[in-house]
Design a protein around this ligand. Sequence first.
Ligand code: ARG
Length: 439
Amino acid sequence: MKLWGGRFKKSESKLMEDFNSSLSFDRALYREDITGSMAHVKMLAKCNILSSEERDSILNGLQSILSDIETGKLKIEGDYEDIHSFVESNLLDRIGQVAKKLHTSRSRNDQVALDFRLYAKNKAKEVIENIEELQNTMKKLGAENNFIMPGYTHLQRAQVVTFKHHIMAYYNMLERDKRRIRNAREILDESPLGCCALAGTTYDIDRNFTAEELGFKKPVSNFLDGVSDRDYALELLSDFSIMMMHFSRLSEELILWSSKEFGFVTIDDEFSTGSSIMPQKKNPDAAELIRGKTGRVYGDLMSLLTTMKGIPLAYNKDMQEDKEQFFDSVKTVLSCTKIMNGMLSTLKVNQDKTLKAVKTGFLNATEAADYLVNKGMAFRDAHKVIGEIVLYCEEKEKSIEELSIPELQKFSNLFEEDVYDFIDYNNSINRGIKKELKQ
Ligand code: ARG
């Protein structure tokens, strides 16, 4: 069944019908579509536009469609233009002519805007819940591995940090990601139902009722905006892109750290794969896939931004292209969050390797300079002195703490026995990172 056709002399070409159909992907919106229709019908009856018998008959029909889809009895397929046509056709088959009253005072433009907002709201919540689970795993992983490791800048050993500190950096990024998504969810929390095609309706409807019934804060303030707006999808896609960028950086570190060259972590067999030719290989595919899938999410954002940039108000069919990218990103973000959670909850951190790396990277050079500053030397001068000591150590293949006091005094007579305590790696952690706000 088509939802239009009265003014046409010829029927649509099959080519066009296929090109135009969105059922293969907007089927994902069936629950939102049916719930939205139910709220709409209740409102129409409340406003005396439908009788209570008509309302009940439509509600029962919609409920039976919903149950049959959920139990798998009714498959969402066939030559329908979209999910809206699918539901309405099925309703007509089930309850007869009264089904035709469902679309009173509604357009597919506000219908699809509603479905999409409801979907975005639900999925944003699901993403937030998954982020929280991952954050709990990170917290646990940090607490269990609160020992020293090298911190890097330019991927060169820089200063000593702890594994906990490193992983909690990502925890904090995710905290902001969560806040961004929560904020986007808050902004989108307005119902577009009742905007109709673009200009509202002449029926005396109650948009507050449907907004409340569907769990929105309020109805949108402007009809044209209500049916034209896809900002919320763009905002969530931006938030997802930033979140994936964070995941990608963490993935990159896990890939590096799990290499023989670093050996800081071992990714569990459950989240690794092998090579078809090299029997010894264990590859960090989970992390690589997350890093790779980041590109898809960026692409989805770019694609929708580009789709939206030149279209006049209000609805244009271009906007049907809003869904696949968004669905794809939601699916990607959810699966990556779960995989990251699985990978981190089974990750083994190799303390012996991180400790060895700490000891061979002059990671206490900054502290050694601070030592001289405490003894009265200007920082710039101290920096130069320690630089010379590092050069000397490299030639002798020694670390700073392995030099004797007479050796150190060749560079500055401010060095005394207490230097060893001062530049001890654990002591510098206590003076630095431990002062941080507790998490
Ligand atoms: N399938 C359409 C979409 O996803 C539904 C809205 C159609 N509206 C219209 N005026 N043709 O955007």
